[in-house]
Design a protein around this ligand. Sequence first.
Ligand SMILES: Nc1ncnc2c1ncn2[C@@H]1O[C@H](COP(=O)(O)OP(=O)(O)O)[C@@H](O)[C@H]1O
Ligand SMILES: [Mg+2]
Length: 312
Amino acid sequence: MTAPTPWPAKQQYASAVRRPGTVFSHPRLADCEIQLSASGMPLTSTGRNAIVFAARTRDGERIAIRCMSREPASGGERYRALVAHRHAKPVDHGSPLVEAEWVEHGIRLSDRWWPVVLMPWVEGRLLDEAVAAVRDDPAALCHLAGNWRIALAQLASSRICHGDLQHGNVLVDDDLRLVLVDLDAVWVPFAAHLPPAEFGHRNYQHPHRDISQWGPDADSFSALVILLSMRALAADPGLWDIGRAGENLLFTREDLLTPGGTRIWKGLRRSPDPAVRRLTERLAQLCTGPPARVPPLEDVLRACDAGGPPHP
Ligand SMILES: Nc1ncnc2c1ncn2[C@@H]1O[C@H](COP(=O)(O)OP(=O)(O)O)[C@@H](O)[C@H]1O
Ligand SMILES: [Mg+2]
């Protein structure tokens, strides 16, 4: 048996996209202009699995071209299921998810076609940078937390689960509006038969979750981790210096594995905001319980009397 061909490395994609007319066939890509930095290199953003290029189409539209260095689980089927779900159940109250098209014959490299994900370019900074920028501004943090609740409510009402909520997959614009990118782990009813996607970022997932626990409720835990982080910082900006450890907001996997036992938990329990203290206790309980039993964000907020007025 021959080993499967490894997917191209990010650097290989970065060289290839400099010749769009040769490597792309999709009509919006073939004559696009790849955006370059001052030093002449393609402008890129990267995550764990992909490199994303900024480009401009002939019509002047800014697009993002996402090239993957690892095969996403059932990638094509999952993205097509999402598109089908969005068509079957159009929402009139907005969606926080970026529009994304899976292009099977995306980019030609090493004598074969590799898929790419084609999206509109989303302006903004990543959630952790956005939070860092407003960490001394409680009104902005509360506004961001409110927008987070709205985004989660939109997902819930359209029966979509993102599957990997974490700072690197949330872009925030200057008005603190949120867009979710990286749809490799999305769950929609049409994709329920597909194998579970990736596990999600370890600093945001239930500490006892395993990959098989994937379905319509898989966002509940990470949604609460993010909301509590923003609310807690609004009450006490000093928590940033305790909790921030690079790839996270306030919690790391080690914190989630030892609920109540690390410095950040102690800081949260001293929060001047009683709602933050109640949410902290609830999150600690949920960390020790089964991952499948985490209620949706709004239910947790209501039970902890931490929601304030319902989101619009
Ligand atoms: N549509 C988009 N517009 C602008 N930036 C994007 C877009 N999609 C992704 N990015 C940027 O690229 C980074 C990596 O993309 P992502 O899809 O999260 O890949 P990975 O699977 O490697 O995490 C993101 O963290 C974000 O900064
Ligand atoms: Mg990502």
